[in-house]
Design a protein around this ligand. Structure first.
Ligand code: ZN
Length: 157
């Protein structure tokens, strides 16, 4: 394992052990559940939207280290973004996890780039972003309690 891979792996494990923004938001604008049946990962993502921006994001749930670290990193990355910017972030993250490389704008999310080589774990890393995407759609549709979304039902990658 190269030095950088070790640094990235350590960063992922650190987020899994000490997740940021864990727990329900109260109040929240939208609450979205997401599942990854192939691994058993379950997330609940909460967003609080003000003036068209995500001013708070949090998550709850359980699952493997990669799913929990990705959710922790996602809640940090999405904070302060407009809903359009958050949607662009999801698109760039999915491109990275398909193996297209990390866009510099992904910031700390780049620590998850190595997961693109672990095909069985790609859905674990993508779950937080599929759930975020569904949360944004639900919010845009005026729904605060959205139906559960499965990573298996999202488009490949
Ligand atoms: Zn998993």
């Amino acid at each position: 394992m190269g030095f950088l891979e070790q640094v990235y792996r350590d960063a992922v494990l650190e987020h899994a052990r000490s997740p940021r923004n864990r727990g329900a938001l109260d109040p929240y604008s939208v609450r979205q559940e997401g599942v990854n049946p192939s691994c058993g990962d379950e997330l609940v993502v909460y967003l609080h939207v003000a003036d068209g921006r995500v001013d708070k994001a949090s998550f709850d749930g359980h699952g493997c280290a990669i799913s929990q670290a990705a959710a922790s990193l996602m809640t940090q990355a999405v904070r302060g973004l407009t809903l359009d910017e958050a949607t662009q972030l999801i698109t760039r993250f999915k491109a990275m996890i398909r193996g297209e490389g990390a866009d510099p704008s992904l910031g700390d999310l780049a620590v998850l780039e190595g997961v693109s080589k672990l095909h069985a774990r790609v859905k674990c890393a993508t779950l937080a972003f599929v759930t975020l995407d569904a949360a944004i759609d639900a919010y845009a549709a005026g729904t605060s309690e959205a139906a559960q979304v499965s990573v298996d039902e999202s488009e490949p990658g």
